[in-house]
Design a protein around this ligand. Structure first.
Ligand code: FAD
Length: 433
């Protein structure tokens, strides 16, 4: 089996512990076919899921697939469709549109019987076991799963909506991504595109470096003499260092200027200038990615007990270490795994399996395994990749990289670029189809 087949099968089968354990739990001779919600598991309970992104959509689907019709699953999502952040950097060079990255929720309802509620959860009552929505309605639960993604700090100088509109982060794919594309189109030859990278942890460790490459590649072909200036708060490139060092120093030499260890003091959206630890810098386009924290519903409800920014969880169940009966998956949780869509999908499966076991009065799987793959476009037709596998370490009670299982592409290639699209489609199908 080659690497591509492995990832496709791993993603389809829900790799490792969680996929195998359904049959152990339900006592079934063979697990159900994907798409069939079993009626005979004998397990029942009400689960509310907040957030229909990579983590929330996946957990809702697999709770029904593995838990059966007795497990009622209500998914609360504020948007009508999900917009994938993954591949959204390709909107910037015109290879993708935002619409091509959108995924609806009808499959979750029609194929798996997930109940959809469009709305925003504001408050959680961990004692009374209910959530309150912005419209005043309440939903009761036996187990609550929260997957709200991230929110951002405000960079000094960008407090007003007017300033924010001039300096988009485009780190939640949507209107800002299209706006950033339009700002690129408006640049003149010889212009400056400045981007800032926050200190880790942030979602998608390779994402900002990938963005620098995609933008540089487009500028090189369309706006001669233009530059991308990357101001990184981290001491160096934090993901795929081989691929991105080569991309910055060789492939995009003379276009990308990379500066590590930079503090952004403030940004002035009127003069389009950045006040930084390197001095003042003016740019035609500023793409400032602010520091991240867990989605608001986690912070506002006292669940961000890891440094006041992220949700502490037990990685056997993703149950909050602040409130029993509440599970937090995806970017909002504090784990040793990267904040990535593929990992959110994997955490969702471990969590779905654990919640079903808990509803059945059983213990969670003691040895979960997760995997992650990430492809990064370096130009409009080449990409590199990164993989990792994590296993539960009972001594530290954390997920730790499996030695020898991680890898980085030897170099960028057009074959990697094609695989990237296959990997993306498989992952999105696994979460939304
Ligand atoms: C430019 C970019 C490129 C990326 N590329 C990759 C990649 O190549 N590979 C990869 O694995 N990852 C990638 N990522 C990271 C990936 O997108 C995130 O890690 C992933 O989306 C996290 O999933 P999540 O479920 O935690 O949050 P999200 O996918 O952000 O979903 C959160 C959902 O919750 C909803 N929500 C939030 N609060 C509430 C509330 N109170 N009530 C109702 N609904 C609510 C939101 O509307 C949203 O739909 C990338 C990210 C970016 C920005």
């Amino acid at each position: 089996m080659n690497r591509r087949d492995f990832f496709r099968l791993a993603s389809m089968a829900g790799i490792g512990a969680s996929a195998i354990s359904w049959s152990r739990l339900a006592g079934a001779a063979t697990p159900p076919q994907l798409g069939t919600v079993p009626t005979n598991t004998g397990i029942s309970g009400r689960v509310v899921v907040i957030g229909g992104g990579m983590g929330g959509a996946t957990v809702a689907k697999y709770l029904r697939l593995w838990g059966g019709t007795g497990v009622s699953v209500t998914l609360v999502e504020r948007d009508t469709a999900y917009t994938s952040n993954i591949l959204s950097n390709l909107v910037l060079n015109g290879q993708r549109t935002i619409t091509s990255l959108q995924y609806g929720y009808t499959n979750l309802a029609s194929r798996y019987g997930v109940r959809l509620v469009k709305g925003e959860v504001m408050a959680i009552d961990p004692v009374g076991h209910s959530v309150s929505l912005a419209d005043g309605s309440k939903l009761p639960y036996d187990r609550l799963i929260i997957a709200p993604g991230v929110d951002f700090d405000t960079i000094a100088g960008l407090e007003s909506p007017t300033a924010q509109a001039k300096v988009p982060h485009a780190w939640k794919a949507g209107a800002q991504t299209t706006q950033l594309r339009n700002m690129l189109l408006g640049m003149q030859p010889g212009g400056v595109f400045a981007m800032t990278i926050p200190a880790k942890p942030y979602r998608c460790p390779p994402g900002p470096y990938e963005r620098a490459c995609v933008v540089a590649d487009w500028l090189k072909k369309n706006r001669a003499g233009a530059k991308v200036i990357v101001l990184d708060a981290n001491p160096g490139i934090i993901a795929e260092p081989l691929a991105f060092t080569n991309a910055f120093d060789v492939v995009h030499k003379g276009v990308i200027e990379y500066h590590p260890g930079v503090t952004i003091n403030s940004i002035d959206a009127t003069t389009m200038s950045l006040n930084t630890s390197l001095g003042n810098l003016k740019a035609n386009v500023i793409n400032a990615i602010p520091p991240h924290k867990a989605g608001k519903v986690v912070v506002a409800n006292g669940l961000a007990n890891a440094g006041g920014r992220w949700a502490g969880v037990d990685v056997l169940t993703y149950q909050s270490t602040a409130a029993p009966g509440i599970h937090i998956i995806g970017d909002a949780s504090a784990t040793t795994q990267p904040k990535a869509g593929h990992i959110a999908n994997q955490e969702a499966k471990i969590c779905a399996d654990a919640v079903i076991r808990l509803l059945a009065g059983r213990s969670p799987d003691p040895a979960p395994i997760t995997n992650s793959a990430c492809y990064s476009p370096i130009t409009a037709d080449t990409a590199s990749w990164l993989t990792a596998v994590f296993a539960y370490d009972p001594v530290s009670a954390t997920m730790q990289p499996v030695p020898g299982a991680a890898g980085e592409a030897a170099g960028r290639s057009t074959e990697n670029y094609k695989e990237m699209n296959r990997w993306f489609n498989t992952l999105m199908e696994d979460s939304f189809a």
